[in-house]
Design a protein around this ligand. Structure first.
Ligand code: SAM
Length: 278
């Protein structure tokens, strides 16, 4: 396996190196990838960790764009138009969505651009938006979710009911949007109904980065690792990534594995884990 990965990375390395002159405006980004590929080549032999780290190395940031420009370009801000929020009952169900860690991190970082991966009905996104607006009146929280639920939402009878299915299809997005409208945050909290990995690719392709990223989507080790790995390049240098359910062994393993690969320190506070980008 090692030689297959080495050949693959070496080929990729040469391709990026060959492109450096032709793509002078992207030179800096390519050189950054170059260095990552170098680091991975040094790690080859690390087994599945190395294979997963390839996902990270393949992604090149595009031209820089603000999160608000991204929202406008995709017309995510048009979602509340003609939406009858009062037709949906009030229901701000969440889990650890108002943890004191949010206030601590937001007071320290004063983020203007926040990405949440895993939103459900919007409890944590709305909480973060309120906190961030105290420092940055123009703060934006981009919520990435399929709004189809995680494995647990389908596995446990009581939570499955919360999917509020219509003709078999969950209406969680409607609850999210109703909560955003009722909170008066339609100019600050926006939904992007995509799978996490697809959304990360799109953000990178459009050159969007965030100051703060909250990871709270799938909770299997593989899902958590992939989400952290996919969104790490979306995090601005100096930014903070936090995530939920650190007491879950699968979550812990994923966070520690990523931190080991990137030589990062994991901080934790009750249920939440935290990584800071240099
Ligand atoms: C635990 S809930 C989020 C709770 C929310 N952060 C809060 O505190 O209120 C997890 C959410 O992740 C979403 N999800 C799970 N896997 C996903 C994936 N691969 N891509 C996008 N969303 C996903 C589910 O639809 C669900 O809404």
């Amino acid at each position: 396996m090692t030689s297959r990965i080495t050949r693959y990375l070496a080929k990729k390395y040469l391709r990026f190196r060959d492109r450096t002159d032709a793509l002078s405006e992207e030179g800096e980004a390519i050189l950054r990838i170059d260095r990552r590929v170098d680091a991975i080549l040094r790690m080859v032999g690390g087994g599945s960790d190395t294979e997963l780290a390839i996902v990270h190395a393949e992604q090149a940031p595009g031209t820089r764009a603000s999160l608000r420009d991204f929202v406008r370009a995709l017309e995510l801000d048009a979602a509340p138009a003609k939406f009858d929020a009062d037709a949906i009952g009030s229901d701000m169900q969440g889990w650890g969505s108002q943890s004191p860690l949010f206030a601590e991190v937001i007071d320290k970082l004063k983020p203007r651009e926040i990405v949440e991966v895993g939103t459900w009905k919007g409890a944590s996104a709305i909480h973060m938006a309120r906190l961030a607006r105290a420092h940055q009146p123009d703060a934006v929280v981009l919520c990435i979710d399929t709004w189809l639920g995680s494995m647990e939402h389908w596995d446990f009878d009581d939570v499955r009911r919360d999917l509020d299915r219509e003709h078999g299809f969950p209406r969680v997005y409607h609850h999210f949007l109703a909560n955003v409208v009722k909170s008066g945050l339609t100019n600050h909290v926006f939904g992007l109904p995509l799978s996490s990995l697809t959304a990360a690719q799109l953000l990178l392709k459009r050159g969007v980065q965030a100051d703060l990223i909250y990871i709270d989507a799938g909770h299997a080790e593989r899902e958590v690792f992939m989400d952290i790995d996919a969104f790490w390049p979306v995090l601005r240098p100096g930014g903070i990534m936090i995530g939920d359910d650190f007491s879950w062994p699968e979550v812990q393993r994923a966070v520690h594995r990523f931190a080991r690969l990137q030589k990062l320190e994991v901080a934790s506070f009750r249920q939440k884990w935290q990584l800071q980008k240099a």
